[in-house]
Design a protein around this ligand. Sequence first.
Ligand code: AMP
Length: 291
Amino acid sequence: MAVKVFHHLQDLKNWVRETRTAGKSIGLVPTMGALHAGHLSLVEKSLEKTDRTVVSIFVNPTQFGPQEDFAKYPRTLEKDLAALESVAGDREMVVLAPSATEMYPAGFETFIEVGGAAKPLEGSCRPGHFRGVATVVLKLFLLTECDVAFFGQKDFQQVQVIRQMVRDLNVPVEIGMCPIVREADGLAMSSRNRYLSPEARQRALALSQSLHQAKQHLRQGIREVSVLEAEMRKILESHPNHQVDYVAIVHPETLLPQSEKIVFPVAFLLAVRVDETRLIDNLLVESETEI
Ligand code: AMP
């Protein structure tokens, strides 16, 4: 079955009405395109759990800061559609690929004011980022009338910000979080990995290696937050062209930093600039038995 592509919101709304009338459930996978296996794992989950899937492909201008990579962000719609066709097979999927003016027509001026989970880490490095994310995600929820929306653990703080919004505003959407998909050598898949030179791509392994080391250290019984953090930094800062934005050891729900000894569940979150490319990665350890 060919995947339908909607560029206009009205066409999507007609499809949603027909889907609702047919009594089918709707899954949503919001993306900015340049799809890789990480995105496709969310799509696969949605196809499995719901009757019909909407994949949105929209490079959302409101979540980029003025100095960020909005203009150069990869846009590969034809390739993305081919990848989605092959994942969908004969299952029902549509793609929403609207223009910026379709999503933000002249006169648009309402934004979601995000709460505490949006303040630290990505929120402080990228002011306004989560305001833009929450606003576009709520618009997509309303447009698609989805029952479930699927997000990646790769953007762990984003999931927490969206969960908070859904709780606070009584949004009737279930949030599914899918595991991080990695390259064979451990690098978390990201649309931004393509910015890396082959040499920087090798150095970027510092992120996953530092998380792997943290897990090893937990296994060895090390529980001092300061020791774990310092050891992670050593790996991340092993090259002069790596600039660490943060290494954070936090409670996964509140995102408040842990101090002294590790308490489970715990999340290790990091953001590092490898040359000019800003990469994020994380590790979630739910309980002591998991390590
Ligand atoms: P993006 O296109 O970067 O906005 O990502 C769209 C969705 O895909 C978000 O929910 C991301 O967390 C998720 N995602 C991106 N990279 C990965 C990955 N390597 N593994 C799992 N999910 C991912």
